[in-house]
Design a protein around this ligand. Structure first.
Ligand code: TPP
Ligand code: SF4
Ligand code: MG
Length: 292
């Protein structure tokens, strides 16, 4: 990919916003950093208004640091906690009405393919368990049935966090929440199996306890969606507030949930696997040349 259209025309550096100049000079525009370098370069996301210690906020940070091509990415979100941070980054963000994310992403991805036939434009939905598996369930499913070329990432905190603690389809059976005091009567939805049965070509379930693995999973899902079809990541991203998790216990909780419902799981079609492995091998051989 050429850097030409993100680099600054000579003489204009003084007039461009400082953040933009820094992103080109010291940040992710036109460059790819390893997730282990986080904190050493200018990040796409720097500030956010989510609760202190929220693991979903950490997830969003790693998500932005893992975009294979941020200068050509558009993120779609909706009502729910994640959009509070998603919308603060140096990447275009579209707010779909609650439940509409995958319909908006379908139209956008198709339009981008027509408008920019020679360029990869990555469209990524990041939305909550309520947004994707409850109120937006139909639109999520139909985007997968239609084989749309974009990635859906569900940040699952097993509750409606943003509206104060209602149960969602992803809440575990028996769990009592502020606004579900009798305890949930039904099982947690098996989102990963639904995604596989509905036509996703790459599916992963993850608790973000290992940043390297998380970053690789995000990159794989986005790269696979470009050429093969819909991809899905089901990520555990705890809610400190509704589950009363003290900040210092957030990682411990993520490890515990990893042993229970969120053991790492990755499935992909054979042709996707072959493609990703080829890409990753090529990158190992020539790290500075490969960006997509
Ligand atoms: C059509 C519509 N229905 C309901 C709401 C109210 N609403 C805002 S956020 C939310 C729940 C969010 O839960 P989830 O998607 O799990 O995200 P979280 O806040 O837990 O990250 C609801 C019901 C809305 N904004 N729009
Ligand atoms: S309510 Fe929960 S999910 Fe939302 S920002 Fe606060 S800790 Fe995070
Ligand atoms: Mg939620």
């Amino acid at each position: 990919m050429s850097l030409k259209y993100v680099s600054i025309t000579t003489g204009f550096e003084d007039y461009m916003p400082k953040d933009y100049v820094d992103l080109v000079k010291y940040g992710q525009f036109g460059k790819e950093y390893d997730i282990q370098e986080l904190g050493t370069y200018k990040e796409l996301l720097e500030e956010h208004p989510m609760c202190a210690g929220c693991f979903m906020a950490y997830f969003v940070r790693v998500f932005y640091a893992s975009l294979p091509n941020p200068e050509d990415s558009i993120v779609i979100g909706t009502a729910g906690c994640a959009r509070l941070a998603l919308s603060q980054a140096a990447v275009p963000f579209i707010y779909g009405n609650y439940g509409d994310t995958n319909a908006v992403a379908s139209g956008l991805k198709r339009a981008l393919k027509i408008r920019f036939p020679d360029k990869e434009k990555d469209v990524i939905v990041v939305a909550g368990d309520g947004g994707l598996m409850d109120i937006g369930f139909g639109m999520t499913m139909h985007s997968w049935f239609r084989g749309e070329n974009f990635t859906t990432i569900m940040v699952d905190n097993e509750v409606y966090g943003n509206t104060g603690g209602q149960e969602s389809g992803m809440t575990r059976k028996g769990i009592q929440l502020k606004m579900a005091p009798k305890g949930k009567k039904f099982d947690k939805i098996n989102a990963v199996e639904l995604a596989k049965a509905s036509g996703c070509v790459y599916v992963a379930r993850i608790s973000p306890t290992n940043p390297k693995r998380l970053s690789k999973t995000i990159k794989r899902a986005i790269l696979a969606a470009r050429h093969f079809g819909p991809t899905f990541i089901h990520a555990y991203t705890s809610c400190n507030i509704e589950y009363s998790i003290p900040t210092e216990k957030v990682l411990e909780d993520a490890r515990k949930r990893e042993k229970e419902d969120f053991s790492f799981y990755e499935w992909m079609r054979d042709d996707v696997k072959e493609y990703l492995e080829q890409l990753e091998n090529k990158k190992q051989q020539t790290p500075s040349e490969v960006k997509s």
